[in-house]
Design a binder for this molecule. Structure first.
Ligand SMILES: [Zn+2]
Length: 113
């Protein structure tokens, strides 16, 4: 396609990182005969010329990175402590029969008749 050197103001296809699409761009900067910067004709966002390369979608790899990172963290973490043993079945203190106690004391006080 490069039948002639790009010039300022040329319209070329490039990937716009803002639009996230391959769109027409104006050449706004040249460096050594190559396009250095372009301006999106759709959103007027100026950015480095990406040679019409659509970046690979990162979402999936990012997720993997995250997962592996999590696993790394988990691997370095100490093992969680064992859950505490269940408490022994509660032995309820037997409710004292207060009235029985009172009767017993009364009987003691009275003594044998
Ligand atoms: Zn754009």
């Amino acid at each position: 396609m490069a039948d002639r050197a790009p010039r300022l103001g040329d319209v070329i296809d490039d990937y716009c990182p803002r639009c996230r699409l391959l769109l027409n761009h104006d050449v706004t900067s040249l460096y050594g005969g190559d396009v250095a910067k372009v301006t999106c004709r759709t959103c007027h966002n100026a950015h480095d010329y990406r040679h019409a390369q659509v970046p690979p979608k990162r979402k999936s790899s990012k997720k993997e990175d995250k997962q592996s990172l999590l696993q790394q963290v988990l691997a370095t973490m100490p093992k969680p402590p064992e859950p505490p043993a269940p408490p022994p079945p509660e032995t309820r203190p037997q409710k004292r029969d207060l009235w029985a106690e009172v009767e017993r004391i009364k009987a003691q006080r009275k003594g044998p008749a």
